[in-house]
Design a protein around this ligand. Structure first.
Ligand SMILES: C[S@@+](CC[C@H](N)C(=O)[O-])C[C@H]1O[C@@H](n2cnc3c(N)ncnc32)[C@H](O)[C@@H]1O
Length: 327
């Protein structure tokens, strides 16, 4: 978990996380083909008379927020039913994440270290893989504590050819470290369910840093070359895999008070890039519901789940005051 400004982190005295069966597979680096997930047989989506998935009749796939362990919840959902999944699970920091006056907290401590953390996460990643449509994309938000281990697991589940990006979220909060470089980024891994079929929209932001840029009468940027004008895209450069988005400050109006809350700008970027209006976006570690609020603002349907009743109460409150953004 990235450091929370204005929050306290306390080491817990050791409660194991629930759900998940240990699997040695997490450490099998030699896997090159997608791994098979064990466990309950997945449910099939409801079919219409024409054989297509009828998601509007599948009650569980209407916009919903659930308080539940996400493994049990996901196992009740049909195969290939979700367009975009983002998860921001605990990062295995070895601490309890507490915000402000300590009313809101969640456990981020696995007594068995990274192996037991992976044993918790791996069956959930299997479910996420099963739930994605062939056009779907998964984003997994982590930090230096476990991202490298989780990438190995995801390469095994999705097949390394379906890996899309290792996005660096650079948030540059205050604070210096005198023993090593200050850790000021999180990592978001993205995987297509089937690369080539997946939804992806190029997003543009910022300004070109090219020297000698001019602007024509219509304000379009260009550079003069020996062969004439070389025009640049009027909406700015295409986004790369390094994203500088400010961290939510303690005084941010967006702040809900829930620990680990991510900025709306981060989620809006992911949702715009990897889904279309009307599609289904899910977050099974939804916390304060940032993903679902961003999805609603952008005219997508949403599924959210968190084991904490406080988290889902905050999510519902935020959703109740969210309207789809105009345009
Ligand atoms: C980092 S927070 C998510 C924050 C969220 N992205 C936001 O913007 O508010 C991680 C969440 O995972 C939840 N969680 C942990 N284990 C879970 C489980 N087995 N099932 C469902 N939720 C779980 C925690 O309660 C916590 O709210």
């Amino acid at each position: 978990m990235q450091p929370q400004r204005g929050s306290t982190n306390r080491t817990r005295s050791g409660k194991a996380a629930t759900g998940g069966s240990a699997s040695a597979g997490a450490f099998e680096l030699q896997r090159s083909t997608p791994a098979k997930c064990s466990g309950r047989r997945p449910r099939r989506p409801e079919l219409t008379s024409r054989g297509a998935c009828d998601l509007t009749n599948a009650h569980s796939l209407r916009s919903t927020v659930r308080t539940a362990d996400n493994l049990a919840y996901m196992r009740g959902l049909p195969d290939a039913s979700i367009d975009l999944i983002y998860i921001d699970p605990p990062f295995n920091t070895g601490r309890q994440q507490v915000q402000g006056v300590a009313a809101d907290r969640f456990d981020d401590y696995w007594p068995g270290g990274v192996r037991s953390y992976l044993a918790f996460l791996e069956p959930r990643l299997c479910e996420l893989h099963r739930l994605l449509k062939p056009t779907g994309t998964l984003y997994v938000h982590l930090d230096w504590h476990a991202v490298h281990y989780v990438k190995v697991v995801l390469d095994g589940l999705f097949g390394d050819t379906n890996f899309l990006n290792e996005i660096i979220w650079d948030y540059r909060t205050g604070g210096v470290n005198t023993r090593w470089f200050a850790r000021k980024h999180d990592t978001i891994l993205s995987y297509a369910r089937q690369r080539g079929q997946h939804t992806f929209h190029v997003l543009r932001d910022g300004v070109f840093r090219t020297e000698g840029l001019n602007y024509d009468e219509q304000g379009r940027p260009y550079k003069t070359t020996k062969r004439g004008r070389l025009y640049f895209h009027p909406d700015g450069p295409a986004l790369t895999d390094v994203w500088s988005i400010p961290f939510l400050s303690t005084v941010s109006r967006e702040r809900s008070g829930y620990p680990g809350q991510k900025p709306m700008a981060l989620l809006e970027r992911i949702i715009r890039a990897s889904s279309n209006p009307g599609e289904l976006v899910a977050d099974f570690f939804c916390g304060s519901g940032t993903t679902l609020v961003a999805a609603k603002r952008l005219g997508r349907r949403y599924l959210g789940c968190d084991s904490s009743a406080r988290a889902t109460a905050i999510t519902r409150r935020r959703l109740a005051t969210t309207n789809p953004a105009p345009g």
